[in-house]
Unconditional design. Structure first.
Length: 142
């Protein structure tokens, strides 16, 4: 398609600029739609990451308190010769490791790399190249 009309003549510059303006506005609307979709995906990832962080924190602070106390009492009574402080320290380390695991998974979902709108940036670069190509080809064909 070389921009010629049906009768083989080049369309007037005004028509070319109008077409370019209409195409550009349509392109911008589509980019806005894509950005909105990516933002929705990012918010979903943020909600999931926040939920995982909260889950890890709740487990670290409150989850299974009665089970943890039971393990402390059992360990101190059966294996540690009434050293309850040592049993409590061992359980604290295990619970802390679990909490760290859940929190690190949640933080990974909230990292800036996960939240960047990669598709929008890529298509904006393509659109810029396309517009430059259209502008330069229109300027050289006149």
């Amino acid at each position: 398609m070389d921009g010629r009309s049906e009768n083989g003549q080049m369309p007037p510059l005004g028509a070319l600029l109008r077409d370019l303006a209409e195409g550009s506005s349509s392109l911008i609307r589509q980019e806005m739609r894509l950005a909105r979709l990516e933002l929705t995906e990012m918010l979903g990832a943020m909600a999931t990451g926040g939920t995982l962080i909260i889950s890890g924190s709740v487990f670290a602070l409150l989850g299974g308190l009665s089970l943890l106390i039971g393990i402390i009492l059992l360990g101190a009574d059966q294996w540690l010769r009434d050293r309850y402080w040592l049993a409590a320290l061992i359980v604290l380390v295990v619970a802390g490791a679990l909490a760290l695991f859940f929190m690190s998974r949640g933080m990974a979902l909230l990292s800036p790399k996960q939240l960047a709108p990669d598709e929008t940036v890529a298509t904006l670069k393509e659109d810029t190249a396309w517009l430059k190509q259209r502008l330069t080809s229109g300027a050289t064909s006149s």
